[in-house]
Structure formats: structure tokens, C-alpha cells
Design a protein around this ligand. Sequence first.
Ligand SMILES: Cc1cc2nc3c(=O)[nH]c(=O)nc-3n(C[C@H](O)[C@H](O)[C@H](O)COP(=O)(O)OP(=O)(O)OC[C@H]3O[C@@H](n4cnc5c(N)ncnc54)[C@H](O)[C@@H]3O)c2cc1C
Length: 314
Amino acid sequence: MSEEHAYDLVILGGGPAGMAAAIYAARANLKTIVLESNITGGLVNSTYIVENFPTYPEIHGMKLMEKMREHVDSLNIEVEEICEVEKLELEGPIKRITTDGGVYTAVAVILATGRKPIPLETPTEAEQVHWCAICDGMAYKDKHVLVVGGGNSAFDEALYMLSIGIARITLVEMMPRYFAAPSTQEQLFKCSDGKAEGFTSTKVTDLVVEDGKLTGAVLQHTETGEERTIPVDGVFVFLGQSPNNDLFKDQIELNAQGYIKTDRDMNTSLPGVFGAGDINEKSYRQITTAMADGTIAALAAQRYVREQKASCSA
Ligand SMILES: Cc1cc2nc3c(=O)[nH]c(=O)nc-3n(C[C@H](O)[C@H](O)[C@H](O)COP(=O)(O)OP(=O)(O)OC[C@H]3O[C@@H](n4cnc5c(N)ncnc54)[C@H](O)[C@@H]3O)c2cc1C
């Protein structure tokens, strides 16, 4: 497809921020498309149970995002999934978005690309390294899994894996202490019938792969330097998240950590370009805060598009 497709608004990212923005944009009558590199739903797709989304005291993350997608579809909003954006040109009154499927132009763009997991850097790579227990945990039923990281995500995902029948969990944290809530730590180490063990001041320095299959992990004590190899079948990494900013990091102002700087209306440093959700510099990253950003960005984009069109026709 080489022809250009013209839109009022292109939204990059179909997580809670992008989906909320799409709903508000459609209701404001903007010709809108959502471009999503994966399937819509964002990080919530890999959250087992969401317990803090007003309306549902408890809902499976993927189910919540299915409902959000139904709402978007009911408004006939165009959504392109598995869409790779190859080039983003954000300067000037008309923005150009080149994807593997064609070229889109837009008066305004909302960047809602969220965050991605920080990878485990080891000299040896293995297919059995994962970032989402809900997506990939079941393959390790009755097996031994290494969990890397000592924050809430690592402990929550370890507890989830025990609940689906993983036989044994070894959890390692590089720092001298864990950062997860004490009650979660207690649940994992004291209430798991000895199926879970943990080590602080311990990092993974390499993986052992035999015939393409992971068989072990090399652990090093960060203070003594002592190394040992433990047998494991799979590794789940929870080292935090980093911003998905590769496409625009040289075009708009970011903070030192790579998050988009916006004003209260989600304007970025470029006119007609808005940031929303986890990709923004902010203190609290939740589904509701991402949706609030998406709402504001769409309303501000609607005003911007109207003003641009009025100035063109004047
Ligand atoms: C383990 C874990 C558990 C959590 N649990 C909760 C919870 O219980 N309750 C809660 O409120 N919050 C929770 N959160 C936080 C919540 O998931 C996020 O705040 C929320 O998903 C942010 O939404 P977003 O739309 O900004 O980003 P994301 O959800 O990250 O969505 C961004 C989307 O953009 C897409 N994308 C990225 N790059 C591109 C590109 N170049 N082109 C097109 N698309 C792109 C991605 O594929 C993704 O679909 C949790 C987070 C984690 C990591």
C-alpha cells in the first residue's frame, strides 16, 4: 500500500491510554485511527486480576481490555493491530506516520506507547526467558522456575505461578533487601509449603543452555563474588520497565529517564503532538491515570484540530 491515508488524529498504542483517547476522539467526531504494534490491551493484558478499576471489584486484565475494545469497536474506530511504525515525522502542521502497511497523515498525534520490561542481560540467551507469568507460566507446571527481581511484580507473579502448579520457585534480588510489600513476601516464603526460596544480594550472571534448552542459571553473590549454578527450567524477569520512546526520542522533549514531558493538557514540546499514559513523566502509573491522560489528550487534540482547520479555511 503506497497511497497516503489522511486522518485528523493518529493514536500510537492501544493500551488504556490509547483506547480512552480513541473513545473521546470518536465522540468528538475526529477521523481517528489507533496503530498498535501488538494486539490492543497493553500491559493490562498480562495482569492476572485487576482489583482497583472502579466498576469491577475484581476482573481479569485481559477481560477488562476486551470490554474496552468492544467499546472502541462500537464507535467504529479504525484499529490496526500488529502494525510496525517504521518512521514518525512529527514536525510541521501535517504529521506523517510510515508503517509496514502504508503511510498515514494526521493533523494531530497522540503518543500512548507505554513501557516495556527491562531485559535480563546475560552472555548466553535462552528461549525459556519470559516477562509475563500469565502469558507463559503454564508451560512450567511441575517445573522449577527462577524469578529475577524483588519488587511487587516479581512476588505477585511468583505467587501466581505457584497457584497454577509450578513445583518450585527460586527468587533472586540483586540488592541487599526485597522491595515488595512485607505481607506479599511473607505469603511467598512462609505460606508456600517450602516451594519458594529467595536470595538477596544475588544476581544472574549467565544461563546454561544445552541442545537449545535452558538447564540452569549462574548466580553470583554481589558482595562476596561467589558463583554457583542452579538447575532451572525457565526464567521470569521482573526488573522494572523502560519507556517505549525509540520512535520519537529525538523529536520531542523527554526527561532524563526518557519519559515525555507534557503540560497539564498533555501537550508535548511539538504542536499537535500529545503524550498520554505510562510514557509520560508522572508519579503514578495506573490504568485509571493512563485513561485520564488519554481523555485529556483527546480533548486537547480535538481543540487543536478544530483550530488548525479553522486557520486553513480562513
Ligand atoms: C505487572 C503489572 C501489574 C499491574 N497491575 C495494575 C493493576 O492491578 N491496576 C492498575 O491500575 N494498573 C496496573 N498496572 C499498571 C498499568 O498496567 C499501566 O499503568 C497501564 O497499562 C498504562 O497504560 P498505557 O496505555 O499508558 O500503556 P500500556 O498499557 O503499556 O500500552 C501501550 C501500548 O502501546 C503499544 N506500543 C508500544 N510501542 C508502540 C509503537 N511503536 N507503535 C504502536 N504501538 C506501540 C504497546 O504494544 C501497548 O499495547 C500494572 C503494571 C504491571 C507492569
